[in-house]
Design a binder for this molecule. Structure first.
Ligand code: CU
Length: 68
């Protein structure tokens, strides 16, 4: 399992936090996503070869937020 942290702009409340978490966890190969509203960071645990940060960033963008 690989862990990575992505910074995400545009999250302002718990609703956003949950949306991003759900969107990221829906990506195949992602086991877990922890979204920190204060630090604007999303920490993901994923299986290398199945998921990658680009796929996760795309999912975040589709949910309406901006990965940095
Ligand atoms: Cu919100």
């Amino acid at each position: 399992m690989t862990q990575e942290t992505i910074k995400v702009e545009g999250m302002s409340c718990m609703h956003c936090q949950l949306r991003v978490k759900k969107a990221v966890e829906a990506v195949e190969g992602v086991q877990k996503a922890d979204v920190n509203l204060q630090t604007k960071q999303v920490t993901i645990d994923y299986e290398e070869g199945k998921a990658n940060t680009e796929k996760v960033k795309d999912a975040i963008r589709e949910a309406g937020y901006e990965p940095v």
